[in-house]
Structure formats: structure tokens, C-alpha cells
Design a protein around this ligand. Sequence first.
Ligand code: MRU
Length: 384
Amino acid sequence: MAVTAVGLPLRTGMGQTAAMKINGRATRTIWLSSDSSDDVEILDQTRLPHAVKVVRLRTVADAVRAIADMQVRGAPLIGVTAAYGLCLALRADPSDSALLSAGKTLIAARPTAVNLAWAVQTMTDLLTPLTPSARVEAAYAKAALIADEDVAACAAIGEHGAKIIAEHAARKGGACVNILTHCNAGWLATVDWGTALAPIYKARDAGIDLHVWVDETRPRNQGASLTAFELGQEGIAHTLIADNTGGHLMQHGMVDLVIVGSDRTTRTGDVCNKIGTYLKALAAKDNAVPFYAALPASTLDWSLTDGVTQIPIEQRGAEEVTRMTGRLPDGTVATVDIAAPGSPAANYAFDVTPARLVTGIITERGVAAASEAGLLGLYPERPA
Ligand code: MRU
């Protein structure tokens, strides 16, 4: 089947248009298989940093499982995976009912990141008016476009955010800028570049001296397993810290700014992100450390005005809190219990940082104040 996205590469496979690298090889997080099957392939993020494994998605059920089990994760990437999941659903059955049911199942896979629903809605709006026979080709083309637009948005976020880092570097007379980040909002959370880490990559490319404090990000340790991994692969100076360390570092002048990603940001600038982000924002406020969220338009939920009461917070299995997975000295990967048998545990995956604690929102269109007026200034096409 020949599918094309106007002006964009047909197949965004490893090494074709990617910027970020694993073992020196430019790699995206999701691409179409190079064997003409039109299957989708992903990097299995549950295996990182211990193994670089590729998983093939053949059906929409495979895509739903990859999102729910977090083989792919990060708000922009689960949106792109959902778009390709619809392609897989439609090639099996291009009917109206299959389109609707696949969209519902994909959206239900994870509730907090709005990019998932956004991608399904964008695809559904395009595909519904088409005849079933025209849908598959159009779906692949649109999914490729969504992926490539995500890359472009993240690169632009990087350019805008790098200016903020450059200002800090100038203020420090060129001395090393220390940036704290939480969870993984790097290229592994998107298709390429990342959101919170894109400014860091672009600032590095501009020759700015920087160092990143990486929160380990319990319970799933995306900071330790993904952020530290990708920064290491890119040769960026970084230090992994236990989640509770940030406040101490800020009190001692060891953090110049905080940059995080977001899973959903309200029109009023409330930023929902990985659990623990709010506590970092509180510490940043108390220590006059600027706190930025970096996100593309697909993360903005224009229907919401109060993040704390309106954003659904995913709760995941207690075993993610009571167990940890890591590599043993002999190289095997093992999961161990870290709590007494039967200890009850709660696992809230996200929290909301109110706009009053957010210095600015770095988007693909520039940096906005974390307020309705600020965001509408960048997105005037949205109804006031
Ligand atoms: O549970 P995860 O790993 O999907 O959570 C990811 C985050 O919280 C990221 O910071 C967020 O999705 C922004 S990704 C560019």
C-alpha cells in the first residue's frame, strides 16, 4: 500500500529523519516497519535502559496494550501511538463502528494525558466523512503527519526554551546552568527532541554549558531509567537524584531553573504532570527558582479552567509502589518487593501544579504566561 503525507517522508524509520540518538544511531520512538507490512514498530520503554528492544504492533489491541503497559509513554507519544492504532484498527475493519470502538478503547487506555483523546479526535474528524474504502490510506497519511508535526513542535519548543537557558547563562557570565527536571519529558516521551529536554538539547547545540539534575521519579523511575539514559546517550552532563532532593538543592543555590513537561494543561495555565511535580514547584517558588512547563498545543485542554478539580488523575497498580525492577550484577533484570508482604499502597500517577506557581509555559509558538490571557495570546484562534 502506498501512503504519503504531503511533503513529509513516508516512512519515519530508524535513522531517517530523527535527531536524537541511541548508541550513536538517530532513532525515533515510533515508525512504520520497513518491510512493507505497514505494521507499526516502537521502542519498548519498559526495557530501557537495560535493553533496546523493538516491539511490532499489528492490531489496535497491540497499540492499546503498548499504551496501557507503558511500552510507549509520555503524552505526545501516546497520542501518536493512538493515531497509528486507529490505522491498525481500520486496516482490519474500516467500518464506522470499528472506527468508533477503536477510538474509545484507545482513549480509555490512559486517562490523564489529553494528547491521546486529541489524536483520536483529530483522526476521527478526518476519517468519519470518508468512505470506508478510502479510510486506511488517509489514516496512515494523517498519523504520519501528526508524528512529523510533533517533531516540528518539539524542535520549536527547544528553540524557544533554549533562549531562556541562554539568558541564565548570560546572567551567570557563561558559568554552567543547572536545570532540574522531573520524570521523562525528553525525546522518549515524544517522537523526537522531547518537550522539557528539547531546550536542553538545543542549548547544548548552541554551546551553552549546562548540567541537569534528574529526579528519579518514583514509582516507575522514568527519570532514572529514561531521562538519565537519553541524556547520557546525548553526552549531556547530568546527575540522578532521589525524588526528595530538589528542595535542598534549591535552598543552596544549586538549581537555576526547573523545566518539566505536561500531560494536560488547562486554558488557565494549571499544569498536570507526573506525580511529585507540584512539590518541586512549591520548593521552586519558596526559593525564587523559575519553574517552566514545556508542552505542545496538543497538551492544552481548552475545555478546562481548574486543573486540580477537573483533570482526571490516573491511578495505577499498587505493585508499582511496592516493587522495583532493576539489573542484577549478572545482567539479568529482576523485580523485587521493597515493602512488607501485604502492605497497602496507593499509586497516583500525576498531580497538578496551579498556574500561580508556574513562571511560564514554553510552547511551539513561544513562551506564554501561565494564564488564560497568556495562552490566548499565543493561540488567538481559540475562542476566548
Ligand atoms: O506516566 P508517563 O511516563 O507517561 O508520564 C510522563 C510525564 O509525566 C511527562 O512529563 C509528560 O507526559 C510530558 S512528556 C513530553
